[in-house]
Design a protein around this ligand. Structure first.
Ligand code: BTN
Length: 245
């Protein structure tokens, strides 16, 4: 089986157990790929989900590498036509909600990570090119501590590390996709500001003191585009969302 950039083996199909509105009902499931975001960027099919057991060049934000160990996590991307605004927050919100529903004390961390017990459990990367988006989501699921490289063990966690048991990744993926599909439907219907209100509420930052990018102050509000508005000793300061690709 030849695998890698553009040479991945033919995918199998996971048919979703619910009827999606925006997503396509057949998820393409690959063995080894370089990056599901690369697939979603290149095979442009609105609503198509690309899921891989393993990524050899998983992409994180700001050009970082995303550790995508074989068969331990959920590494998937959705190809979507339209503007990029709000997609990253929508992706993070769906994972956050599903983890909360499964009993985890999940937290959203500005701008778009999901944390449990002070460690990162999920990252979201949106790449936008000429009207098309790759919404990529990585969730650490069945990793033990030893499954993470030593330098990540302090900073990353998994559902298994927290709960002490293994999780059915297909069931989890379906839960996340079901929530995502509902949100994407709202997004397509123009309900972006409602979705952003939900995201701001989930962030839970308003009224908290934060230190960020050299500034320290109380968060007065989070604007629709993700900008943090702080009350600092030197007056009001606005911290824009960092560059996210
Ligand atoms: C981050 O840096 O927090 C974002 C990580 C995003 C990782 C996911 S895994 C599935 C998809 N494919 C990629 O190459 N990256 C995203």
């Amino acid at each position: 089986m030849s695998e890698g950039k553009g040479r991945e083996a033919f995918p199998s199909v996971l048919r979703l157990s619910f009827s999606p509105v925006v997503l396509l009902p057949e998820v393409l499931r690959y063995g080894v790929v370089d990056s599901t975001n690369r697939l979603a960027r290149e095979i442009r099919e609105d609503g198509r989900v690309f899921w891989a057991e393993m990524q050899t060049a998983g992409r994180g934000r700001r050009g970082t590498r995303w550790e995508s160990a074989p068969s331990l996590g959920l590494w998937f991307s959705v190809s979507l036509f339209g503007p990029a605004e709000g997609l990253m927050q929508i992706g993070a919100l769906s994972v956050y909600r599903v983890l909360c529903a499964e009993g985890f004390a999940a937290r959203m961390k500005w701008p778009n990570d999901v944390y449990v017990e002070g460690k990162k459990i999920c990252g979201v990367l949106v790449e936008h090119r000429r009207g098309w988006n790759a919404l990529g989501i990585g969730v650490n699921v069945n990793h033990t501590v030893e499954d993470f490289p030593p330098e990540l063990r302090e900073h990353a966690t998994s559902l298994r590390r927290i709960s002490g048991r293994a999780w059915d990744r297909t069931r989890l993926l379906e839960g996340i996709l079901q929530d995502l599909d509902l949100r994407l439907k709202e997004w397509r219907e123009g309900a972006l500001s409602t979705l952003m209100d939900e995201w701001v509420a989930a962030l839970g930052l308003v009224g908290k003191t934060v230190r960020i990018g050299g500034a320290e102050g109380v968060v007065v509000s989070v604007e629709g585009d993700g900008t943090l508005v702080l009350r600092t000793e030197r007056g009001t300061q606005r911290i824009p969302m960092p560059f996210l690709e």
